[in-house]
Design a protein around this ligand. Structure first.
Ligand code: COA
Length: 305
């Protein structure tokens, strides 16, 4: 879906969307295509890229805010399709920070020896909870999936992860309904995203800036140690602010927001995949992954690729 397609659906312009967000196009799942459908494609490609077969996977951690069903969790739905039955599989909901949370959890399983080859997936069909009558949010959100496989090794690949949340910010970014609290009158059981964009923007820049400081301080690193920033793709202006904080030129930042929009938990693994497959990210590079989302939740991961 290009910005020009959205121009036909709501009172917006390609120019406004590009200038304020950096987004040029985004992808929507086909009718009937679910989060797990997208996740399966990403998972199979990740497993193949790792030189493994689905039967080698011994843990699935699935980050999403848009699961196919309330239960079984999407990790188990994916597990059945991949055919690695019996291994633990569960989902993590931390909105746009979901992938960083899932990565951090899976890393701890691998570090303790409870898993040796963990599949970590971030996948969303955010268009199912998008209010297409609200131009302030509808232009941002999209669908997608990304995945990685973590394998046990003597040399650390994930050097550190840092997770945070502050539930006091709930009203700035939330979904209007849910199973337990019910749905708005007249909404036909549809829950939609509501966001105070300007306020969310400010908190995101502050918290992600703090997160960068934390990663560097905890690892006793200078800013020049980071080869690549792989950020959550919500808005090019947020990404630029974090890059500036790191003193990193934009050439060292993997930016996909122009092609994907905001795909929440899928955003960081989609960007990582782009940087790896086009040859920019190479073995031995030091990556800083970061994300920020509803809750608010936020977090980062320092990775030696
Ligand atoms: N098309 C055209 N005009 C639009 C528009 C659209 N799609 N959406 C909003 N506008 C208008 C507003 O009505 C407002 O008009 P006004 O000045 O006459 O009142 C004007 O554009 C500016 O709106 P504002 O909300 O101040 O814009 P902004 O520069 O803050 O950009 C966001 C809006 C949503 C792009 C930006 O705030 C943002 O990216 N926020 C954070 C989003 C985010 O990261 N969320 C997810 C975290 S995971």
């Amino acid at each position: 879906m290009h910005n020009t397609d959205l121009e036909k659906m709501m009172d917006t312009t390609d120019e406004w969307i590009r200038e304020r967000t950096g987004i040029q196009r985004r992808h929507y799942a086909a009718e009937g295509e679910t989060t797990v459908d997208l996740a399966e494609k990403a998972a199979r490609r990740a497993i193949e890229a790792a030189g493994l077969a689905p039967g080698d996977i011994d843990l699935i951690v699935f980050a999403t805010a848009t699961p196919d069903l309330v239960f079984p969790n999407p990790g188990t739905l994916l597990q059945a399709r991949l055919g690695c039955r019996g291994v633990p599989a569960f989902s993590v909901e931390a909105a746009c920070s979901g992938f960083i949370y899932a990565l951090s959890i899976a890393e701890k399983f691998v570090r303790t020896g409870d898993a040796r080859r963990a599949l970590v997936v971030g996948a969303e069909t955010l268009t199912r909870i998008t209010d297409f009558t609200d131009r302030t949010t509808a232009i941002l959100f999209a669908d997608g999936a990304g995945a990685v496989v973590l394998t046990a090794s003597e040399e650390p690949g994930i050097i550190s992860t840092h997770l945070h949340a502050d539930g006091g910010y709930k009203d700035l970014l939330y979904c209007t309904g849910g199973v337990s609290s019910g749905y708005e009158a007249g909404s036909d059981g549809k829950a939609v995203i509501r966001m105070a964009g300007r306020e969310t923007f400010k908190v995101a820049v502050t918290m992600l800036g703090n997160s960068v400081d934390e990663v560097l301080a905890k690892n006793n690193l200078s800013r020049s140690a980071i080869d690549w920033l792989v950020p959550h793709q919500a808005n090019i202006r947020i990404i630029q602010a974090v890059a500036k904080k790191l003193d990193l030129p934009m050439e060292r930042v993997i930016v996909t927001v122009q092609d994907h929009g905001n795909t929440s938990a899928a955003s960081v693994p989609l960007a990582l995949d782009t940087g790896v497959r086009d040859g920019r990210i190479r073995k031995g590079d030091t990556l800083l992954l970061e994300a920020f989302g509803g809750g608010f939740t936020w977090g980062s991961a320092l990775v030696r690729f």
